[in-house]
Design a protein around this ligand. Structure first.
Ligand SMILES: Cc1cc2nc3c(=O)[nH]c(=O)nc-3n(C[C@H](O)[C@H](O)[C@H](O)COP(=O)(O)O)c2cc1C
Length: 193
């Protein structure tokens, strides 16, 4: 069965406008792939811990033992096994919410999502495309370091395609935020076509 992983970093939950783009994408994706399984990781509820010395030591030990079935690698396995990945993340501080960075720390297990060679890292993820959906209060104008970072993560994991949809300027007085979000929802849906 085809698996879509939805990495939901929309920290404002139901209030989130980025979430609306995600819903538009998911609706079209489900219509295109009626038998797909959508797995959501809701980072506003997960309360993942950033890696510290003890956690790194434990992870290194488990990697050394090739204990890939250990629960510590559950998010990494899920990421590596998805057929497609959609990331929804609002534009915060030229990037995205910190919860998404912590999620990345949890998935980037050497031996599951990538491995190192003398020529550099080789990706092990199955997905063909990472979709990145965002909304910004101002204009993003080529300064989305979050999206560029996630593009790099996709490349390192061997995911060849990276596609984006966004709405910008939503917090600027005088802008019709609802209309801008509606247009961006159409672009998000078109990505899933
Ligand atoms: C903590 C925080 C940081 C933000 N940083 C930026 C920023 O750097 N640039 C910008 O244009 N908007 C920024 N915004 C505004 C959001 O990008 C904007 O309101 C966005 O639509 C929020 O998405 P959401 O409705 O999905 O939560 C920030 C908002 C918050 C709450």
């Amino acid at each position: 069965m085809r698996k879509l992983l939805f990495v939901n970093a929309c920290m404002r939950g139901e209030e989130s406008r980025t979430r609306k783009l995600c819903e538009a994408f998911l609706e079209t994706y489900r219509r295109k792939h009626p038998d797909c399984q959508v797995e959501e990781v809701d980072l506003s509820r997960q309360e993942l811990r950033p890696y510290d010395l003890g956690m790194l030591a434990e992870r290194d030990r488990l990697i050394g033992e090739e204990a890939w079935d250990d629960g510590i690698f559950a998010l990494a396995r899920q990421f590596a096994q998805a057929d497609d990945i959609v990331v929804g993340a609002p534009y915060w501080d030229l990037s995205f919410p910190a919860a998404l960075k912590i999620y990345v720390e949890h998935i980037m297990a050497c031996g599951i999502c990538f491995y190192y060679t003398e020529e550099g890292p080789k990706g092990m993820a199955r997905a063909q495309t990472m979709y990145y959906l965002t909304t910004g209060g101002g204009f993003i104008e080529g300064q989305n370091f979050g999206a560029e970072y996630m593009r790099g993560i996709a490349r390192m994991c061997g995911i060849p395609q990276f596609q984006e949809a966004r709405a910008e300027g939503l917090d600027i007085i005088g802008m019709d935020a609802d209309a801008l979000v509606a247009e961006a929802c159409q672009r998000a849906a078109a990505l899933a076509e």
